[in-house]
Design a protein around this ligand. Structure first.
Ligand SMILES: [Zn+2]
Length: 238
């Protein structure tokens, strides 16, 4: 059985070819067995980089007690789909002899990369997409904070947008509100839930009933929005 070493942990896994799959996926079953599901003709050399990219997800779920759905892995190649504000966008990679860039054209994310050795291309595409999503987050999230601050009756002392391993946002005692840029992939209703949740913490720095009641006054359907994150959160973590 092949295995992969992540940090100090060695994890065995099995490989299964699935003729009808278009993209690879990792499955962790209730017995904590890791299976990599591959489309036909998938390069075996690509498996390890894929597992390393999902290392955080794998470790988290090997330690969790709940059975999990499989999470499709991104390869950062033409044809893959990404979310922005809940809208499905198709990604196209274009190799051109000009500076790398990411442009949104209708429902297509066009990523231009220079001619580089092909194993490096997905790494660069991922970096470019990350920067692009971070810019989208820097644009959208402060807008939603400004929209909901008067409604909640609280504003952040400071807003920070960054990447967090297992949190969509948090509110600190000193008034800092931090948001995970990855939340911009979620539908706007879900983004707004995270914004209202953190703003409400400025008034209620806990998760007691009074906190949830205050959230419900503003978003009566907040439970549905919260559930979306439970169901789809892992998909935003590429
Ligand atoms: Zn909270």
């Amino acid at each position: 059985m092949p295995n992969i070493t992540i940090g100090t942990i060695t994890i065995p896994y099995t490989i299964e070819e699935r003729p009808r799959r278009q993209h690879p996926a990792i499955q962790i079953d209730a017995q904590k067995r890791v299976t990599v599901l591959l489309p036909p003709d998938y390069g075996l050399k690509e498996i390890e980089p894929l597992l390393h990219r999902k290392a955080r997800w794998i470790l988290k779920h090997l330690n969790s007690t709940q059975p999990l759905p499989s999470v499709p892995l991104k390869e950062f190649v033409t044809g893959e789909e990404f979310l922005l504000r809940g809208q499905l966008l198709r990604m196209k990679v274009q190799r051109q002899d000009k500076p790398p860039q990411v442009i949104l054209e209708g429902r297509q994310i066009l990523v231009t990369v220079p001619y580089i050795p092909s194993p490096q291309q997905p790494i660069l595409v991922r970096e470019l997409l990350t920067t692009w999503y971070q810019q989208e987050a820097q644009c959208l999230l402060p807008e939603r904070i400004d929209l909901y601050s008067p409604i909640v009756g609280a504003a952040p002392a400071r807003l920070k947008i960054a990447e967090y391993k297992s949190r969509w946002g948090f509110c600190r005692d000193d008034g800092l509100i931090a948001l995970n840029w990855r939340i911009v992939q979620a539908p706007l209703s879900v983004i707004d839930y995270v914004i209202v949740h953190e703003l409400t913490h400025r008034r209620y720095p806990h998760h007691r009933q009074t906190f949830w009641e205050a959230v419900r006054v503003i978003l009566s359907d907040f439970e549905t929005r919260k559930q979306w994150l439970r169901d789809h959160g892992a998909e935003l973590g590429w």
